[in-house]
Design a protein around this ligand. Structure first.
Ligand code: CUA
Length: 332
């Protein structure tokens, strides 16, 4: 129909979107059939047992078969909703191993996006089509929520902890990005767009204005802050060796064992006494006042890159190139 533009659903730009919609249509179908059935019975009974017929009321003492039927049948449907929904939820929150990482920092009232290659964006995210992308997200202030309707993904962005969500865009285009958690007066203005590009276009976009990788910025910060004087990697060092740390279990001084993930590294930078590694003294100063969330992200990326060294040897501390951006400096 010419001029007809009344979309009931956002576009589907991921395969996942189709799976979410299928569950949604199933929910709507079950609820509609139930609502229609109940309405039908109300009307039929209202006519059949209307007062003018003068039927005497009869007392019915119950029916086990009927009661079991109307308890067990809905149970199956509710469990189906649950299992189907849980399956989708797990899939959205368990990124594939080699997904490309992008860091997201939310603040009142903007989205700051940081690619591992060094590209930084505000309220705009450029990604290639057909690639698995995982977002590592953290908030600088209150709770926000990263919502891309066309991808059917929505995940809370919390202060003090990294949350993750991933997607695989299957269709180039520009898609809305919203904040879906009320976060203050300009919440409704906390919007942007996700630009899904063909791989060649994306390469071109990526190569424009590259300023050095995120891990490189982290390495520079690591040196500027003097982290390497304690985290040296030799047996006499005053701090634990960070090489190969990411994703490994860590024994703590209080007897617990945890797995070193992004949130643990972040916490150890900003409040070191929270989890002291077994065999070390709680002597590390707190870097809260010296680092922005972007700085922490750069350090996390650097520490993760140490873990990816195939030889397992500590990454040599080379000087970062002079054009590396001052990503970590606290700016307001
Ligand atoms: Cu950020 Cu609403």
């Amino acid at each position: 129909m010419p001029g007809w533009n009344f979309p009931l659903f956002p576009e589907r730009a991921t395969d996942y979107a189709g799976r979410v919609d299928a569950l949604y249509f199933f929910l709507v179908a079950v609820c509609s059939i139930m609502a229609f059935g109940i309405a039908l019975v109300i009307v039929v009974f209202a006519v059949k047992y209307r007062k003018s017929k003068g039927r005497p009321a009869t007392q019915i003492e119950g029916s086990l078969v009927l009661e079991l039927a109307w308890s067990i049948t809905p149970l199956f449907f509710f469990l189906a909703f649950f299992l189907w929904g849980a399956n989708l939820f797990y899939d959205a929150h368990r990124p594939p191993r080699n997904a490309e990482e992008i860091y997201v920092v939310a603040k009142q009232w903007m989205w700051k996006l940081q690619h591992l290659d060094g590209q930084r964006e505000i309220n705009e995210l450029h990604i290639p089509v057909g690639r698995d992308i995982v977002l590592n997200m953290v908030s600088q202030d209150v709770i926000h929520s990263f919502f891309v309707p066309a991808f059917r993904i929505k995940a809370d962005v919390l202060p003090g902890r990294y949350t993750h969500v991933w997607f695989h865009a299957s269709k180039p285009g520009n898609y809305h990005l919203f904040c879906a958690e009320y976060c203050g007066t300009m919440h409704s203005g906390m919007i942007g767009q996700v630009v899904v590009m063909a791989p060649s276009e994306y390469q071109e976009w990526m190569s424009g204005g590259v300023t050095g990788s995120l891990a490189r910025s982290g390495e520079k910060l690591f040196m500027d802050l003097g982290c390497g004087t304690c985290h040296r990697g030799d047996p006499q060092a005053r701090g634990p060796n960070l090489s190969g740390l990411f994703g490994r279990p860590v024994n703590l001084a209080d007897g617990r064992t945890i797995v070193a993930d992004e949130s643990y590294i972040r916490e150890s930078i900003l409040s070191p006494p929270a989890k002291v590694v077994a065999g070390f003294q709680p002597i590390m100063p707190n870097f809260q006042s010296q680092l922005s969330e972007e700085g922490v992200i750069a350090l996390v990326a650097y520490i993760k890159s140490m873990g990816q060294n195939p030889t397992g040897e500590p990454v040599p501390n080379q000087a970062a190139p002079a054009q590396a951006p001052p990503v970590g400096k606290k700016v307001q």
